[in-house]
Design a protein around this ligand. Sequence first.
Ligand SMILES: [Mg+2]
Length: 253
Amino acid sequence: MVNGLKRVLATDIDGTLVGHGGEDHFIRFVHEHPGLAVVYLTGRTRHNAEAVIRRYGFPPPIAMATEVGAEIYWGKHMASDDIWAFQLRQDWSPRQVRKTLEALPGVFYRSRSSHWRLAFSVDGEDVVEIVRHRLRRERVQARVLFDPSDGRLDVLPARAQKCRALSHILTRVAVRPRQCFVAGDGENDRDLMQGRFPGVVVANAVHALRELQGESVWLSRHPGAMGVVEGLRRWYAEFEGGEAKADALQFYG
Ligand SMILES: [Mg+2]
């Protein structure tokens, strides 16, 4: 599909690329590295994601996963990935989700923001576990994401995960996980940081994510886009160092 692709940056948008300044540094970095393809992985809907990409003049992506990985779009014309949509639809029943959670005390239905997302309000964090338990008990396949800042609880298809969506994208463009750098700041980026990808957690990330850093995932000193750029610089330096070492070994071996 995309020939000669060397490296991919797969990044969240809100809080990671926007919201903390330095957006122009990010844009410049991508322009200066033409071998780097961009994939956006966002909680936004397609429409909202496109609006923010346009507003900041961010590089056009080779692919984009919206609604926390529920939908995948390809290329300039944002063609929907039908294979992915088919897989997601398999075990997704929004009506069943709503029916299961309706009677639970402390849970209030807010809206259905798209085909893939039901929003509820909950009375406190302990209700979240009750929701998860009830869905399990009723054998409803779904993923629950909770935002403690405003008590919002989103229910999505079980397979709607950024990491899964990214793996699907990389398989289709034949890029290995080590050639893909990930960046994020929020709870819904956690699975990305626990995948097989090198990456960066920006300084403003939620606590749970900042604690995750391991061998190949760094915690940046900078928030937002500056953190992403710092991570990318480091990754490029390490990569080039690694390649030089491999060449040297070949030479002397
Ligand atoms: Mg975010």
